[in-house]
Design a protein around this ligand. Structure first.
Ligand SMILES: [Zn+2]
Length: 336
């Protein structure tokens, strides 16, 4: 629970129960702290505390409502931060995070031992078997940061032969590098000043690291790739500077996939008009990618769980937040 900026407490809450016939109750195997949890933690986003926290989760289905027919008790499942019916027109078009029935899971608090998931049949995807324990961090990464990085890459139209730049070296930026590599990008340039993150980016497939930021970073990218800017740029921060850095690093006709939660970003119309850059982004429809990502992880072809460099028991959640806030950890996994 977040009581006020910087004030995370682990406390007893009422047990979640089936409230709607489409709900499921999960016993969580693992959960984690998101970069976006740091916005209210730092007081940049208003805190109407005490508020339950957490929207990334994997676990075992304990109980389902009367209308749940696909998801079964005993299955190991992964869901994402918006519950969705997966049947409405918007869902069928692949934008489940804008489902007409969507419900934010974060409001229910996934940094917990048990969680009620609404619209269970549309939201949850089961693994083929009970996964080995070493796969749990990677499956948990699919719940948000991998799915979000993947959407960023798809929105930026990453593909074979493309030059890709990634703005942001948090978990989402690093996994956007992994996605770009998997989607066949020829060259992947990551903006980062942090040594451990640069190393992981290279492990995930980055070919170049740029330490300059803002317009200097833009000039450096253009230098590296022959003056024109990247074909595809993924923005994974959400500030005015990072957004403009992304747009200005993109060549005319290129694409920006923006997945950093925007805070105080205002786009200059005149510059945008002249840029010939495509912009596409928003809260990632992680549900669209979950079946494919789960298969890749279970076949051990993707190891996104490497972004977790700190693991703590749930009752030490406050330290998990502090470590991320102070950039001592990329991402904290919590074991309920
Ligand atoms: Zn829907």
């Amino acid at each position: 629970m977040l009581h006020a900026p910087g004030d995370i407490r682990v406390e007893e809450r009422d047990e979640p129960r089936i409230e709607q016939p489409t709900d499921a109750i999960l016993r969580l195997t693992a959960t984690c702290v998101c970069g976006s949890d740091l916005w209210p933690y730092r007081g940049i986003e208003a805190v109407n505390g005490p508020a339950p926290m957490g929207h990334e989760y994997v676990g075992i289905v304990e109980e389902v409502g009367a209308e749940v027919t696909i998801v079964k008790p005993g299955q190991f499942v992964i869901g994402s931060f918006f519950a969705s019916d997966n049947t409405c027109e918007i869902c069928r078009a692949g934008y489940q995070s804008s489902c007409v029935q969507r419900q934010p899971v974060g409001a229910l608090g996934a940094q917990a031992q048990r969680l009620r998931v609404p619209l269970a049949d549309g939201t949850l995807v089961a693994t083929p078997d009970m996964p080995a324990d070493e796969l749990v961090p990677s499956l948990l990464a699919a719940s948000d940061v991998l799915g979000t990085g993947w959407f960023g890459a798809v929105a930026a139209e990453v593909g074979p032969g493309k030059t890709v730049a990634v703005v942001g070296d948090g978990a989402v930026g690093l996994l956007a590098v992994l996605a770009a590599s998997r989607l066949g990008a020829e060259r992947i340039i990551v903006f980062s000043r942090h040594e451990a993150r640069q190393r992981l980016a290279r492990e995930f497939g980055a070919t170049d690291v740029v330490t300059e930021r803002g317009d200097e970073g833009v000039a450096r990218i253009k230098d590296l790739i022959g003056g024109l800017g990247a074909h595809s740029v993924i923005e994974a921060v959400g500030t005015q500077e990072s957004m403009m850095q992304a747009i200005r690093s993109t060549r005319p006709g290129g694409h920006v996939g923006f997945v950093g939660v925007a805070h105080g970003v205002e786009l200059p119309g005149q510059e945008l008009f002249r840029s010939h850059v495509h912009l596409h982004g928003g809260p990632a429809p992680v549900r669209r990618f979950l079946p494919e990502l789960i298969d890749l992880i279970c076949d051990r072809q993707l190891d996104p769980g490497k972004v977790f460099d700190l693991e703590l028991p749930l009752d030490q959640a406050a330290e998990g937040y502090r470590a991320m806030d102070e950039r001592r950890a990329i991402k904290t996994l919590l074991r309920p």
